[in-house]
Design a protein around this ligand. Structure first.
Ligand code: HEC
Length: 124
């Protein structure tokens, strides 16, 4: 005796094959979704933990809060002049130089990647 739910799915070999194929295609499509759909190429593999530490260490939020109030995050304007990942990283590099933080290039990337994840959400 087959349980009734199984007969709904179809128990002929052809039906079983069709469901297996559909499942495989679904999983394959999910695994192979392009990484660029979620994060810009320049932030791929960035050390987000390091970025978070640097943001805390350099008191980015404190200074921004003095300027715009709240927690300072209002200074990040995704719809402003900085409207892609390259410009965002460039802005962080500029702050790095102006404020003399002496971050390494990977550190600048890490910081920008965290800002992108939390505030800007650029896809490219
Ligand atoms: C001493 C104060 C100060 C510190 C410290 C500081 N910033 Fe800023 N930051 C500013 C000011 C002021 C602006 C706004 C400039 C403007 O647009 O008028 C700004 C703007 C920005 C912007 C551009 C926002 C946008 O969308 O236009 C980014 C990105 C940014 N800061 C990142 C950082 C990061 C990352 C750090 C820490 C590593 C940092 N800043 C530390 C003062 C500071």
């Amino acid at each position: 005796m087959q349980p009734p739910t199984l007969s709904l799915i179809g128990t002929t070999p052809r039906m079983r094959w069709a469901w297996t194929a559909a499942g495989v295609l679904l999983i394959a499509g999910w695994v192979h979704r392009p990484a660029s759909a979620q994060e810009p190429a320049i932030f791929r593999g960035a050390d987000l933990k390091l970025g978070e530490e640097l943001i805390a260490q350099h008191r980015c939020a404190q200074c921004h809060a003095e300027k715009v109030g709240g927690d300072g995050s209002a200074i990040y304007r995704p719809l402003g002049v900085i409207n892609n990942a390259g410009l965002l990283r460039g802005m962080v590099e500029q702050c790095n130089a102006t404020l003399n933080f002496q971050m390494f290039p990977e550190e600048v990337t890490a910081v920008a990647a965290v800002l992108n994840r939390d505030h800007y959400r650029f896809k490219d």
